[in-house]
Ligand binder design. Structure first.
Ligand code: BES
Ligand code: ZN
Ligand code: ZN
Length: 503
């Protein structure tokens, strides 16, 4: 997909399809009036017919009249007050998805009055649009098959149409948005791939290929070395499978090097290539979704590659503990007591609460590698999805100013988070008779406790993003297909880039 930026008026752009965003009730004044005039009144006719009501991501196709384009596609942003970065992102993706199965090679996206809500920052909006168009073209149906009917068209050329703007600034923003979108799609494919395809070893191979391609350092710790190091929690989860556990570490920049903000940031992602629950086996209903339990790992691997593309050499660590959680003669049993890498003794009362175990050791290891600030991403609980659905990621963090730095990166990325409190008093519910703590306790506030457990295994500023609800969609929406959403990738990239010396 080749992007270009033009500062021409939308009626002067030659293309197969012109996208026209509609914010609120369309008012036919200024350029929209002129555009309508040149279509011979098609847009007004659509409005009169009730097609342009402010319903978010609703689309309508119009004949071009005298415009040098094949078709005009309107996409509604919904009401003006609700227009934020997330809406711009989803609107652009919805435009691209709406073209599924159509023969479009060249698309032009007119920014219209989208930038009005962003202090006329057209570059900001153009970057988000580019990212949305790239992500909107994502089709998981072709991971294994050659072709899929009604897949979004693969575009040769995308033109961002932004009259009266600074073209160079928009071009830079568009390139950045495109790269972030491509990174999200990389994460999505790794996450969507089946468990018989992506074992921990295969995930490590994929990480190796990515590291080579982007000049990242890589270390992969297999079961022998993990045991030797004392990663008792990581090994407790991985030991039940014939597919050996692999702890994947990627690094950009030099060992222990701090970034422009004085941080050595580590992003840590849960890589459970399949979560059967282990001996605490899950019910069979929807168990196939647990191939997605490696989404956190997929996301941090893709995010460090994206950062390397946008700001090479930025100090950053990505740690992805990869395991398969399986029942078998070698599996951990409920009641087993293991020693974590940080020396704490842990009683594993529920082998299905495995994410916190592998993350705990991975966080300790990241600190040993010099990490001063930590963020983990994990499909950690079903509870977060029941509470907040698939559009809001549950986030924890301490101290509060680090939480806020992560939340601010999320806001820049147009991703939605809600903070979940780390209520100290609930730690008592995780006390064990035999160990320093147990990995699962009474069901009350289990979401809070999942964060409290992980908190025990780091000493530095840390945030935890629970994408149990947001990692994947069970059915398609206007802007995304079923499957992995790429959520948190852009947040991690924004967070890391805040410490970049170039970019
Ligand atoms: N991977 C699951 C969480 C999950 C479930 C994510 C469904 C997305 C969709 C995790 O390992 C798990 O099983 N968590 C348990 C924790 C409980 C045993 C304390 C849960 O949420 O039920
Ligand atoms: Zn589990
Ligand atoms: Zn899991």
């Amino acid at each position: 997909m080749q992007f270009r930026v033009v500062t021409d008026q939308p009626w002067d752009v030659q293309t197969d399809l012109l996208v026209v965003p509609i914010v609120g009730e369309p008012s036919f004044t200024g350029p929209l009036d002129e555009l309508d005039r040149r279509t011979g009144g098609e847009l007004r006719a659509l409005a009169a017919f009730g097609e342009l009501r402010p319903k978010r991501y609703a689309t309508a196709l119009a004949a071009p009249g005298g415009l040098p384009v094949g078709r005009v596609l309107t996409v509604s942003a919904g009401d003006r007050d609700g227009l934020d970065r997330e809406v711009v992102h989803h609107l652009a993706a919805a435009a691209e998805r709406r073209l599924g199965g159509r023969t479009v090679r060249r698309l032009a996206f007119w920014l219209g009055d989208l930038a009005d809500r962003f202090e006329s920052d057209a570059a900001l909006v153009a970057g988000i649009v580019a990212r949305g168009l790239v992500e909107g073209g994502y089709e998981p149906g072709t991971i294994y098959r050659e072709t899929v009917e009604a897949a979004p068209p693969s575009l040769d050329e995308v033109t961002i149409v932004a009259p009266g703007t600074d073209r160079a600034a928009l071009e830079a923003a568009v390139r950045r948005g495109q790269i972030i979108g491509e990174g999200a799609n990389t994460a999505r494919t790794l996450a969507n791939r089946a468990s018989n395809d992506v074992s921990p070893l295969v995930l490590a191979e994929e990480a190796r290929a990515i590291a080579e391609h982007h000049g990242l350092a890589i270390e992969v710790i297999g079961p022998d070395r993990a045991t030797e190091l004392g990663m008792g929690m990581f090994m407790a989860v991985g030991r039940g499978s014939d597919n050996p556990p692999q702890l994947i570490v990627l690094r950009s920049g030099r060992e222990g090097e701090t970034d422009a903000l004085g941080r050595h940031l580590a992003i840590v992602g849960k890589g459970v290539c399949f979560d059967s629950g282990g001996i605490s086996i899950k019910p069979s209903e929807r168990m196939e979704e647990m191939k997605m339990d490696k989404t956190g790992a997929a996301t941090v691997i893709a995010a460090i590659a994206t950062v390397a593309r946008l700001a090479p050499g930025t100090p950053l660590l990505a740690v992805a503990p990869a395991v398969e959680n399986m029942p078998g003669p070698h599996s951990t049993r409920p009641g087993d007591v293991v020693r974590a890498l940080n020396g704490k003794w842990v009683e594993i009362t529920n082998t299905d609460a495995e994410g916190r175990l592998i993350l705990g050791d991975a966080l300790t290891y990241a600190e040993r590698l010099g990490a001063t600030h930590l963020v983990d991403v994990a499909t950690l609980t079903g509870a977060v999805g029941r509470a907040f659905g698939n559009l809001v990621t549950g986030a924890f963090g301490t101290p509060q100013d680090w939480y806020e730095a992560v939340a601010a990166a999320g806001a820049r990325a147009g991703e939605r988070y809600t903070q979940i409190p780390l209520v100290d008093d609930y730690v008592a519910d995780m006390e064990s008779w035999y160990a320093d703590l147990q990995n699962a306790g009474p069901a009350e506030a289990s979401l809070v406790k999942s964060g409290l457990f992980i908190r025990e295994f780091r000493t530095r500023p840390w945030a935890h993003l629970d994408i149990g609800g947001t990692a994947y969609f069970r059915k398609p929406t206007a802007y995304a297909p079923r499957g992995a959403t790429g959520v948190t990738h852009a947040t991690l990239v924004e967070l890391a880039l805040a410490g970049a010396r170039s970019a």
